[in-house]
Design a protein around this ligand. Structure first.
Ligand SMILES: C[S@@+](CC[C@H](N)C(=O)[O-])C[C@H]1O[C@@H](n2cnc3c(N)ncnc32)[C@H](O)[C@@H]1O
Length: 391
């Protein structure tokens, strides 16, 4: 168990402020941890099923909060951009009502080293392919949000907007406005997507993530966290941010887990270049194009389908994707092709590991270590997947 260090005065002050706002905390306290900033520890022995935290809906920051609505941000701004713009304005205001909370967040400097978005190009190029794709989508989203928000924030810079945007990215919880009248929703309730459903939750945003953690729950009253098991005093209590791969956690939150049951990689970068344009059309039509996931136990059904289209007579592919045949009779042939694919992936991993190892001067040690750890994990997934297929 990593040592929990005292949180420091600003956090003690914040906790008092949070209590005064009606946030209920029972048997938990913030603490500092090496390598993951702040987190939450059990302040006494806890039993499974105890409610630890209640964050009342009125204390959440969402686009429906009076403090945000006051700014009258235009509705063409995404929810993410609206909250980031709100934070920029809060930082600019001397009298921000959230100053004590803001002081508890990671600094711009912290984000420079942990968030791949802020890494140099040389390091970004060495990310595994699925992480690169996530990063590229993130960059596009940020650029679009900045274009829309810039005219509203004449005295801020792109760098500071990026910081506020990343604070929103790393500290929001899913919130579909259960207590909000339809007229105040960003769009009709049934059309809300995950991108519309963001809320910042004071105190709850101290919890770090684990693949097996407490599950935060929300209703009209607000957000609660209840223990998923017994805890000993001093143990860190995690929540689960969702079943995310380590590439996702790295790009969206700036860390990876050592143990992550949800971790996978993809074969898209190896498989898609092998598809002819007619195979591509067929797979698209059938809903089997891309997202070829590889877990330590083997490839997903979509990968099995694409390999069958590539290497078997079409009728065998059709029988498999239609569900008329479970594909067992063809499995040995498909495994031969899968084996080649996995061997190629192992070569990609080895090459990437060499390139990461060769990174030298000017490169931050933590970033280099992070890349080395991630590639080792990818190698282990490929090896695990191969074991069942004779690689
Ligand atoms: C909601 S905040 C949690 C509190 C945060 N640690 C802090 O110092 O304020 C999410 C951020 O915490 C860090 N984090 C969360 N879970 C982690 C973990 N298991 N290991 C390392 N860092 C983690 C990441 O930097 C992530 O972006």
């Amino acid at each position: 168990m990593a040592a929990a260090l005292p949180p420091g005065e600003i956090h003690d002050t914040f906790v008092k402020w949070a209590s005064s706002q009606g946030i209920l905390m029972d048997g938990v306290a913030p603490a500092r941890f090496v390598g993951r900033g702040m987190g939450i520890i059990a302040a006494r022995d806890l039993k499974k099923g105890e409610r630890l935290v209640l964050v009342p809906a009125k204390t959440l920051i969402s686009i429906d909060s009076a403090a945000v609505r006051k700014h009258k941000f235009p509705s063409n701004l995404s929810i993410h951009a609206t909250l980031a713009a709100f934070l920029v304005r809060e930082y600019e205001e001397k009298q921000s009502g959230h100053r004590l909370w803001q002081e508890c967040w990671p600094s711009e400097e912290d984000f420079k080293s942990i968030m791949p978005l802020n890494w140099g190009e040389e390091l970004q190029k060495l990310l595994p392919e699925p992480a690169k794709e996530l990063l590229s989508a993130q960059k596009a989203k940020l650029a679009k949000d900045w274009r829309a928000a810039q005219p509203l924030l004449p005295s801020t810079t792109f760098n500071f907007f990026t910081y506020a945007w990343l604070i929103v990215n790393t500290r929001c919880f899913y919130w579909d406005y259960p207590n909000v009248p339809a007229a105040r929703l960003p769009k009709k309730r049934q059309s809300l997507t995950a991108d519309d459903c963001y809320a910042m939750c004071p105190f709850l945003d101290y919890f770090n993530h684990a693949d097996q953690g407490c599950e935060p729950k929300y209703d009209t009253k607000g957000y609660t966290v209840t223990t998923n098991r017994d805890y000993k005093a001093g143990e860190e209590i995690y929540v689960s941010y969702g079943a995310h791969t380590n590439d996702f956690l790295l790009v969206e939150y700036g860390f990876i887990l050592s143990t992550n049951a949800a971790d996978t990689t993809t074969l898209d970068h190896l498989l898609i270049p092998q598809l002819s344009s007619s195979a591509t059309s067929t797979l698209k039509e059938d809903g089997f194009y891309g997202n070829y996931t590889l877990s330590p136990t083997g490839p997903c059904h979509r990968t099995q389908a694409a390999l069958r289209l590539l290497h078997l007579p079409t009728r065998r592919y059709v029988a498999f994707v239609s569900g008329a045949d479970d594909g067992a009779v063809d499995q040995a042939v498909i495994d031969t092709h899968l084996r080649k694919l996995l061997e190629e992936y192992q070569r990609v991993v080895m090459q990437a590991e060499e390139e990461v190892d060769a990174l030298d001067v000017g490169v931050e040690v933590e970033q280099k270590e992070m890349l080395a750890r991630r590639w080792k994990q990818v190698g282990a997934i490929v090896q695990g997947a191969g074991r069942g297929h004779g690689v």
